[in-house]
Design a protein around this ligand. Sequence first.
Ligand SMILES: [Zn+2]
Length: 305
Amino acid sequence: MASVKKLAIQKGWDYHKNYMYGKEGGYLITVRQIIDLYNSRNNCKLLYIPLPTLTAGDSEQLLAYLKENKKNLKVAVFEIVNSVVIIRLAEGLKGFSNQDLDHLLSDLTSYLKKNNISSTPTCVYCEKELVDTTTKIDKIAYNAHKECVNQAKSELEQAKNNFEYAEKNYGKGMLGAIIGGLIGAIPWMLLEMFWGFAAILSLLVGYAAFYGYQKLGGVVTKATKWLMIIPIVMAVFVSNIVSVTYAFIANDIEITVMNYLIIYTDKELGTLMLQNLGLGLFFGLLGYFSIYRKVKNSEFNRVIE
Ligand SMILES: [Zn+2]
C-alpha cells in the first residue's frame, strides 16, 4: 500500500511528517496520512481541497458529483467542512496508487474548473484575489496574501495571550467534575452492590467528570488534564465506600469507623475491596484519558504557518 510519503516522491510534491502538498489545475491539494495507534481501522488517507468561494449551490452540485463518481474515483467518504472538500480515499485491498491519485485529481479539478467552483485562487483570510503565497492552517494548505498571514498569526498570538489571563473557573469546574464523577459512578456502584464485579463501568466516571467540569463552566487548559485526576480518584473512592456501606446495611452490620477498618484490613475481604478500588481507579482514569486525547481547545490550538 503506497504511503503518502511514497506518493509524494512519485508526484514530486512536498512531504512533511505524514502530509503531502501540491497543486493540480490551480487548486491547492493536501493529502494526509492518518495513523491511529489505538485502532488501525482508522488508518487512512484524507485529501483536502480548500474552495474558499464555494456557494451553497456549488456545494450541493459538488457533493452530487462525488456521490455519482464514488466508485470510479476511488472515494470512500467525502464531506465539505468550512468550504474545504475532504475526501477519504478508498484504499481497499489494492491500496491507493499514484495512478489512482492522478485520476482522481485530474477528474475532480477539471470538474471544479468547468463549473467555475473557486477556480480563481482567493485568500483564505480576506477572501480577495491576487494571492501571493500559501499558508497552512492546522497543516492544511490554503492560498493567501503574505500580509493576511502575518495578521492572522499576530491575532492568534493575541488570542492565546488573552486566554492565558482569562478566568478559568477551575473551582466551579472541579465541583462539576466531582458531581459528574459521582453521577457517572452510579451504574458501577449499583452493579457492584448487586452483582459484585463491575469495575469496567468506572470508565464512565472519567467521562462524566470531564463533562461535569465543562458543564459548570470549567475552561479546558493544560492544567485541567492533571487537576481532573483529583475528582476522578475521589469519585472512585466514594463509590467504593458507598458499596461497602450498602453491604453493611444489607447484612445488618453497624456503620462505624471501626467496622470499615475491619473490612478494609481483612485479609480476604480487604484484598477484594482494594482490588476493586484499584480496578476502579484504573478504568476511571483510562476512560478519562481516552476522551482527553479527543478534546482540544481548537481555537487556541490552531497552528498557522
Ligand atoms: Zn488576504
